[in-house]
Design a protein around this ligand. Structure first.
Ligand code: SAH
Length: 406
């Protein structure tokens, strides 16, 4: 049965306040870190200290004072706001506790998890666009139960399982440019999921992870600004304006993009547009298709003895002069329609027409397909196979490391 011991959670601001700490072992080490993270000053009384405590003292010499001796009586509690005792000797700990009580001081007795006057709950902090949330769980002194519950709440907050959307004042809208990765749900970052859990409006690209979008609650407005090659339904200026307008209405806006926002993704433009209107913007990196889609086909962009460097280029641009050897990997994004020109110009610049080329269509999606050829024949092979965008083109010897192409 659960115990009925009174347990009122209180939030303490320890900044600049003295905590008297007794004992120098690993339990103290963990708590010392907590107190220091909270900005406390610490006076540590212990004849010896473990390595973790030592390291923390070295890290924060100005905030930790070590008195190398045993507990010497109530004067050791002078000036403290809070007491922590974990000497390893239950008698000493209960003496410290009793002396603290005599001075009306709250004392955390680490050896007496149920009898102690004060205790630190299992905690976690999650930063949301509306502020940092601290979750504290106390389970009658049962540390396993409290950490299990804490972990469950933490997961719900971070995974987006706990819906944090709420009415915001008009002045507190925000925009987050979130890199969605190459399309597989699992390749969206934890921070991306956290922000989606707070978003009122999600502005999506064609290549953003659709599974994640489809699971958003119905109350979330989805604005699809997806572009298909050669067809731009929503011009960039209009996308920028949508972000600004929605945030100015007080909405939390996630701009969910394919890959990484800053890799051929116009993330910089969108950030500047928001900042020009004084809107707070967070940019969350994503797993770029330039690196991950080749990986989905088993192709590492660098490999010891095969390639040491790579260049990422948009197929819409003139290919810049590159080292001609096929030990320098070239990655083309948006490169399907211009494939023939790109292959010809690479050969004209000195690459061998035998240089291997892979095209990975729809990386990480169930319909992923890999086409392999050489600079000399890839354009014809791609035409024959009906290769379509979105696809990543990889040129270089690393292509030989690809998994069996389908
Ligand atoms: N910011 C994105 C790139 C946007 S440009 C990123 O970092 O990944 C769009 C191009 O990305 C597409 O034309 C294609 O070349 C590539 N691409 C994105 N996702 C892809 C996927 N799942 N499979 C194949 N290519 C992809």
């Amino acid at each position: 049965m659960g115990d009925l011991k009174a347990a009122l959670p209180v939030v303490l601001d320890l900044t600049g306040r003295l905590v008297a700490v007794f004992g120098g072992g690993p339990v103290t080490g963990r708590r010392l870190r907590t107190f220091l993270d909270e900005g406390a000053l610490v006076r540590l009384v212990s004849p010896w200290i473990c390595e973790e405590v030592h390291d923390l003292m070295v890290e924060h010499p100005e905030r930790v004072t070590w008195l190398q001796r045993d507990y010497a009586g109530p004067t050791d509690l002078d000036e403290a706001w809070l007491v922590h005792t974990a000497t390893g000797d239950p008698d000493v700990d209960s003496t410290v506790s009793a002396d603290a009580a005599g001075r009306r001081l709250w004392c955390i007795d680490a050896t007496d998890s149920r009898g102690t006057a004060a205790s630190i709950p299992a905690r976690t902090q999650v930063s949301t666009p509306d502020g940092t949330v601290t979750v504290a769980v106390h389970a009658g002194g049962d540390p396993v139960l409290s950490t299990t519950v804490r972990d469950g709440i933490d997961l719900a907050l971070r995974s987006g399982g706990l819906d944090l959307r709420r009415h915001r004042p008009r002045t507190s809208g925000w925009v987050a440019l979130v890199g969605g990765g190459p399309g597989a749900d699992g390749l969206l970052t934890a921070r991306g999921h956290e922000l989606l859990a707070s978003a009122d409006v999600v502005v999506v690209d064609r290549l953003a992870p659709r599974g994640v979008v489809s699971r958003l609650p119905e109350s979330v407005r989805i604005i699809d600004v997806g572009k298909t090659p050669g067809h731009h339904p929503v011009p960039q200026d209009r996308i920028n304006a949508i972000l600004v307008e929605e945030a100015e209405r007080g909405h939390g806006v996630v701009r969910l993009k394919g890959g990484d926002p800053y890799v051929l993704g116009r993330g910089g433009e969108e950030r500047l547009a928001c900042e020009a209107h004084g809107i707070p913007v967070e940019v969350v990196p994503g797993v770029t298709s330039a690196v991950s889609v080749p990986a989905a086909a088993g192709i590492p962009l660098t490999h010891r003895g095969v390639a040491k460097a790579f260049t990422v280029v948009s197929g819409h641009e003139q290919i810049p002069t590159l080292p001609p050897g096929s030990d320098h990997t070239l990655v083309l994004l948006m490169g399907v329609s211009t494939l023939r020109d790109s292959a010809n110009s690479l050969v004209a610049e000195g690459r061998s027409s035998d240089c291997p080329v892979a095209i990975i269509e729809r990386g990480f999606l169930p319909t992923q397909r890999v086409t392999i050829g050489t600079l000399g024949d890839i354009a014809d092979v791609a035409l024959f196979r009906g290769v379509e965008s979105p696809a990543v083109v990889v040129v270089g010897d690393v292509v030989r490391l690809a998994h069996d192409p389908r």
